[in-house]
Design a protein. Structure first.
Length: 529
């Protein structure tokens, strides 16, 4: 009599190869692994083992991590209860990392599944089998790390000898017998690009000129037949070319330069001149020296965690928003980035600087204390007078240089960040409010309100609804305009002059449906008092 039928065990075959080399063959390494695993499953037919039809293959993927589509598909099927046994040719096909193996075992244990290596006999369902597997994986991980070190050492030694070890071939060269060889017509293009950058002084202008002349990158065909290149030169591509020391006949590795086996295309004088111009433009870019609104406080602003705040900007719908944002050193834990609007911060610092300089002029007895405290001079003297600015959640603290009297060397302004519409602004107390940029939308709303008021005066017996239709407004919106038309004169003057509270914008004023008639109540409601 035959014994009871064994329960079926659904077996999934997983195959992997680290490189894509040879995968195009009719019978490749993945096929060989799958055939050996299928034969093993067939030998266990009496135990109820049956192969699943799904293929779980990862061709060209390293075993050092779990970022593999085939493995992800396999683990998903294990979690879904579709697989009972994973069958691999060798355990290092599944993973070469001990940490990753622990994660895979957790998934298998949670589903009551296991895996088998065809060429290595062990059973993961008992402690001895797991010990054996851990030892094997430790050696597999060790082998991978030693191989990586050996490859890195070989690359370093080869580059120290000036050898080309592969990669994207720079324009002006081609590879023959594993060496870079100059292509004369392409080399002439490279020399022209270097000279034109010196003449134009701008990578953007150079990119536009090359596009106009029809100069494009060199077309390349990869091993798999894909065509790359033959595209317009972007600024990034030009910067990489202008900094590439291969054109000097050198090979660079980890910050060190070695004489290369290939010939140079660019001479030292031209390369040095281009490098100096690149550095000059970089400094100007960091300081925003040529911007329409240059960042005046570069290198002087710090947040409440002691991090330097560098200029930054964002462009939305054609408008440029400038900020000072916290910088972060690599290796530091991630922390929230502080960001303050540049224009508001600069206006506050300039106002405090003018106040300090005016006070100094009064103390030394100048007949005109405002001498030299105009709008332009302090902007040019920020580097001289302002030493440090600390921005906290509710204060801006300014430290002036030694040229300012000791009693006035520091200033503190109460300020907090608010959101006004789609932008972030700095709100200060009314006593600290200084002239800022005018708000065109807010001014336009006030003008429309006074036009509506004049229309009402000259309307005779017409109803408000009829006047609103004539003006092109709804009755409700026309009523909003009439309320705004009766604002206090000093409030209107402040709006026109740009001295209104930062938090007051067009939306807030238009939505003030309970705007009082009394002027003092208006000032309190809108933040002027």
């Amino acid at each position: 009599m035959s014994g009871p039928e064994k329960p079926k065990r659904r077996c999934a075959i997983y195959t992997r190869k680290s490189t894509e080399e040879g995968l195009e063959q009719a019978f490749n390494s993945l096929d060989a692994q799958r055939e050996a695993c299928a034969a093993y499953i067939l030998s266990q037919h009496h135990e109820g083992w049956r192969p699943v039809p799904e293929l779980y293959d990862d061709g060209g993927f390293s075993g050092g991590n779990m970022s593999r589509p085939g493995l992800a598909h396999l683990l998903a099927d294990v979690k879904a209860g579709k697989v009972d046994v994973i069958v691999v040719y060798k355990v290092d096909r599944l993973t070469r990392s001990l940490a990753d193996f622990a994660k895979i075992v957790d998934v298998l244990d949670a589903q009551g599944a296991s895996f088998v290596s065809v060429t290595q006999a062990f059973n993961t369902t008992n402690s001895m089998g797991r010990l054996t597997l851990n030892v094997l994986l430790s050696f597999a991980q060790f082998e991978r790390e030693v191989t990586g070190e050996r490859i890195r050492d070989k690359i370093a030694a080869s580059k120290a000898r000036g050898m080309w070890i592969g990669g994207v071939v720079p324009l002006g060269y081609e590879v023959k017998d594993r060496k870079l060889v100059v292509v004369p017509e392409d080399a002439a293009t490279v020399q022209m690009i270097f000279r034109r950058y010196l003449a134009l002084g701008s990578a953007l202008a150079l990119a536009e000129e090359l596009e106009t002349k029809g100069v494009r990158s060199k077309p390349r065909v990869s091993r798999n037949g894909r065509v790359h290149g033959n595209a317009r030169f972007s600024r990034g591509a030009l910067y990489l070319m202008l900094k590439n020391r291969i054109y000097l006949g050198e090979i660079t590795h980890r910050g060190k330069n070695y004489p290369g086996e290939h010939d140079a295309i660019i001479d030292w004088h031209l390369f040095d001149d281009v490098s100096a111009l690149l550095q000059h433009n970089l400094v100007n870019h960091q300081r925003a020296a040529h911007a329409e609104e240059p960042s005046l406080l570069v290198g002087k602003v710090w947040d409440d965690e002691g991090r330097r705040m560098a200029p930054n900007h964002a462009c939305k719908r054609g408008r440029r928003y400038r900020y000072y944002a916290s910088t972060r050193n690599w290796g530091e834990p991630k922390r929230a980035v502080a960001r303050v609007p540049a224009g508001d911060l600069e206006a506050i610092v300039l106002a405090q600087l003018r106040h300090v300089l005016r006070k100094r002029n009064e103390e030394i007895g100048l007949l005109n204390p405002d001498a030299g405290v105009g709008d332009e001079l302090p902007r040019n003297q920020l580097e001289r007078y302002v030493q440090r600015i600390d921005v906290t959640a509710d204060h801006i603290r300014i430290l002036f240089s030694d040229e300012i009297d000791e009693g006035s060397r520091s200033a503190s302004v109460e300020a907090r960040l608010i959101r006004r519409g789609k932008e972030v602004r700095i709100a200060v107390s009314p006593s600290e409010q200084t002239r800022t940029e005018r708000d065109p939308a807010l001014i336009k709303l006030v003008v429309k309100a006074h036009i509506a008021r004049e229309a009402l005066k000259s309307a005779g017996d017409q109803s408000i609804a009829a006047i609103a239709v004539e003006q092109g407004y709804t009755r409700d919106y026309f009523g909003v305009l009439l309320r705004i038309a009766y604002l206090a004169p000093d409030i209107i003057a402040a709006i026109l002059d740009g001295r209104h509270p930062t938090q007051l914008n067009r939306q807030r004023l238009a939505r003030a449906t309970n705007l009082p008639i009394e002027w003092q109540a208006q000032r309190q409601m809108l933040g002027f008092a």
